[in-house]
Design a protein around this ligand. Structure first.
Ligand code: NAD
Length: 732
């Protein structure tokens, strides 16, 4: 079935409609390009056609390139995959350039046929690059639509002319938030940002676009860069003002990405080099850089993790078969930091919430947290007064357990104390119906132990949110020993309702995310205790693409929490406890009252306003940096392997059941170097053999915690990759 169709009206306007069969949103496929080109050719050649409107048969225009196709493009390109990719991209440029030139005479710039894009809704990625090649862009006034070029967020960049066209249209400075940050906008904002030309009521969209096509003059069809005397807004790189922009942008991009994201650098290079040459040469340069990015293992890994795998998990890849478990009424126990956040995200998703704390005042304070977030949203014009009222209207703050009647899910976020949690479990179960699923948000207590307080352990589960709940996209669902399938389905359906990304893991100490993040923090602290300069530790982490160094991270989560976890772990492990050096530093910090950001004093120093100023000099006085400092790569390998080996062990022990969850969970849960696609993707990138070699060296120099897990050794011996071995099974 056709993806594009064309219909010629009595007015002489050919309406080309994009309507991918059996999909709710258009995405561009190889077949789609063929069809679009054939229809454009036919319309340009047909004398009866005065102009063209390109639109969509759906309530959105297009979601972008089919990212699955991009992931496959390289493989399909045969032996010389770079050449295959480059040729494929140049073909796309050819089609879009044909639209842009629309049959006009290149010398006189006359005789072309007007082509307008009529966006019925969301137009992202290639779905916006095609309109950028048209002569005028109309969008329906659909406030839910998103328009923009978010490619950079999945490790590529707008490589179908979007980069070159936008820089030439508005100048490098103005284009940079759209290109480098991947920001997307609702139509009115897209209009005020200069991305589109007109916003039209939905029912008048097509008529308005057709009217424009019929009125357009030859001059309306000529893009500024095709006209004589074109000057780039803001100046080209060698123009004094342009120079400033490019120097600033290069520094900013490097500062933000630490050079680990190939796409940001390639984007900047395409913009810079492209600005120095004529338009068609700039497209060729853009295509070279785009090929370069597609050839980089990072882009494939990022697309796989942040697009394919994330989406598969959100669609319920690991949901047990059970009828729809959407939550209608949610109980939240404990209106502290986590409970208040959970209540907010649920109410925001349209779920009725009963928020309970010990005192009415505490419950009200928890509800006030939602009010604060909604007020902020209103200030930013993202939330209307009606929406605020509706969301707050869904939250009942109370101390009365009787209000829980009718709840089909209760999430407890009371103090991290087994006794308190057991009492709450019992009281809740007495107040709710027999079908209700009970979830705990504990971050450290084993689910199977907490379930002992329940009379219905099959309906008892862990739903572990990350802080701050409204911002963090990952939710870790933990199956206890007796947790049943319906509880897992309930948790997954709830996570889908609140539009977050779930992973499902088995019960074990610290589950998955904390299990990996604690060794990262500990390795950083341990190095300080050994005399590694704290700045080297922090910078090594940032240069790996970790969003925060281990010392900053422990300041954020608080030193006393670290002490508490260390004490509990030591009690549980006894003599096997390996983290003595860590505790020397951590406990001393706690004794000094340096409890982290909340105390305005931790591994970092803070000013009165709570702003981090520098690493705390007192640290170096107590733990003097050694005369000879280790190589950067040694510090980096320690920080990376501390996390990665834990992920491998979690897989080996069956805590993690799906490596896709391991990768997505790592990136969304604790910001594991997103450029790598996650710990398993990173291992596949360097190869199990090389990983083994690194670990053997580290374990010799630093101890048994780096001893390679048997699974890794086995993979190295077989020359196997994690996705090769586990990926297909997980996807099935
Ligand atoms: P918090 O101290 O901010 O909030 C706990 C709330 O529970 C308080 O308002 C308290 O009054 C209330 N409470 C205590 N006993 C109660 C009872 N018997 N009945 C009703 N309410 C009661 O703690 P928090 O940081 O929100 O953590 C709550 C839970 O979430 C803990 O289990 C914690 O391990 C877990 N968790 C915390 C984080 C985090 O970053 N803080 C992250 C993930 C999970």
């Amino acid at each position: 079935m056709a993806e594009f169709t064309s219909a010629l009206g009595a007015d002489g306007v050919a309406v080309i409609t994009w309507d991918l069969p059996e999909k709710s949103m258009n995405v561009m496929t190889m077949q789609g390009w063929d069809e679009l080109e054939a229809l454009i050719d036919a319309a340009l050649a047909d004398e009866a056609v005065k102009g063209i409107v390109l639109t969509s048969g759906k309530d959105s225009f297009a979601g972008g390139m089919d990212l699955n196709v991009i992931a496959k493009m390289k493989d399909m390109a045969g032996d010389n995959s770079a050449k295959g990719l480059f040729d494929g991209i140049m073909r796309i440029h050819g089609i879009l350039r044909k639209i842009e030139r629309a049959g006009m005479d290149h010398k006189t710039l006359k005789g072309g046929k007007p082509i307008a894009a009529a966006l019925t809704g969301t137009a992202l990625g290639i779905g916006f690059e095609i309109p950028l090649a048209c002569h005028r862009i109309f969008a329906s006034d659909n406030a839910r639509a998103r328009i923009g070029l978010p490619e950079i967020l999945v490790g590529i960049f707008p490589g179908a002319g979007g980069t070159t066209r936008l820089v030439r249209k508005m100048g490098a400075m103005a284009a940079s938030p759209h290109l480098l940050e991947g920001k997307t906008y609702e139509p009115k904002k897209a209009l005020s940002n200069g991305l589109i030309d007109e916003v039209v009521p939905g029912d008048a969209l097509l008529a308005r676009a057709k009217a424009w096509v019929l009125e357009a003059s030859d001059a309306d069809l000529v893009k500024p860069w095709d006209a004589k005397g074109y000057k780039m807004p803001g100046g080209t790189p060698y123009h004094p003002s342009g120079f400033m922009t490019f120097v600033g942008a290069a520094a900013m991009v490097h500062g933000r990405t630490q050079g680990v994201y190939p796409a940001a650098k390639a984007l900047l290079s395409a913009a810079y080099e492209g600005a120095l040459v004529p338009f068609d040469t700039a497209l060729k340069i853009e295509a070279r850089w785009f090929t370069n990015v597609l050839m980089h293992p990072s882009s494939a890994a990022m697309i796989r993790a942040l697009f394919q795998n994330k989406q598969a998990l959100e669609k319920g890849a690991n949901r047990p078969a059970a009828e729809d478990q959407s939550v209608r009424k949610l109980g939240v126990m404990g209106a502290g930091m986590m409970g208040a956040g959970i209540a907010y995200v649920a109410a925001n998703a349209g779920i009725d919430v009963v928020l309970i704390d010990q005192a009415q005042e505490a419950a009200d304070k928890g509800k006030a947290y939602s009010e604060g977030l909604l007020d902020k949203g209103m200030q930013r014009k993202k939330v209307t007064a009606e929406k605020k009222e509706a969301v707050l209207g869904r939250i009942l703050a109370t101390t009365d357990y009787a209000a829980l009647e009718g709840c089909d899910l209760v999430v407890e976020a009371v103090f991290e104390d087994p006794g308190v949690k057991a009492e709450v479990t019992k009281k809740v179960e007495a107040a709710v119906g027999a079908d209700c699923i009970f979830a705990t948000n504990t971050s450290t207590l084993p689910i199977s132990d907490l379930a002992k307080a329940s009379t219905r352990p099959g309906q008892f589960i862990g739903i572990h949110f990350f802080s701050p709940v409204d911002k963090m996209m990952l939710v870790e669902i933990i199956r206890g020993a007796e947790t049943g399938d319906r509880a897992v389905a309930k948790a997954l359906d709830f996570v889908r309702q609140i539009r977050k990304t779930p992973i499902v893991v088995n019960d074990a100490r610290f589950f998955y995310a904390n299990r990996c993040i604690i060794p990262y923090i500990n390795e950083g602290i341990r190095m300080v205790g050994e005399g590694v300069a704290p700045a080297l530790v922090e910078n090594a982490a940032r240069l790996l693409g970790m969003p925060v160094g281990p010392l900053q991270l422990v300041d954020e989560t608080s030193i006393d929490l670290g002490v508490k976890i260390a004490k509990a772990t030591r009690a549980a492990m006894g003599d096997a406890y390996p983290d003595g050096t860590v505790d020397d530093v951590l406990f001393w910090m706690a004794d000094e009252g340096r409890l982290g950001r909340k105390a305005n004093a931790g591994f970092y120093a803070y000013d009165e306003k709570g702003k981090r100023t520098a690493l705390w000099p007192g640290l170096g006085e107590k733990f003097a940096p050694a005369e000879v400092q280790p190589e950067l790569s040694e510090v980096q390998h320690r920080l990376l392997m501390a996390q990665v080996l834990e992920a491998v062990r979690a897989l080996e022990e069956g805590v993690l059941m799906d490596i896709r969850e391991g990768d997505v969970g790592a990136i969304l849960g604790w910001g594991f170097a997103p450029w790598s696609g996650g710990p398993f993707s990173w291992l596949d990138m360097i190869g199990a053999g090389r990983a083994l070699e690194i670990c053997e060296g580290l374990s010799e120099r630093h101890g048994a915690r780096f001893t390679p897990p048997a699974l890794l050794a086995e993979m190295a011996a077989q020359g196997a990759g994690f996705y090769g071995r586990f990926g297909a099974a997980a996807a099935a």
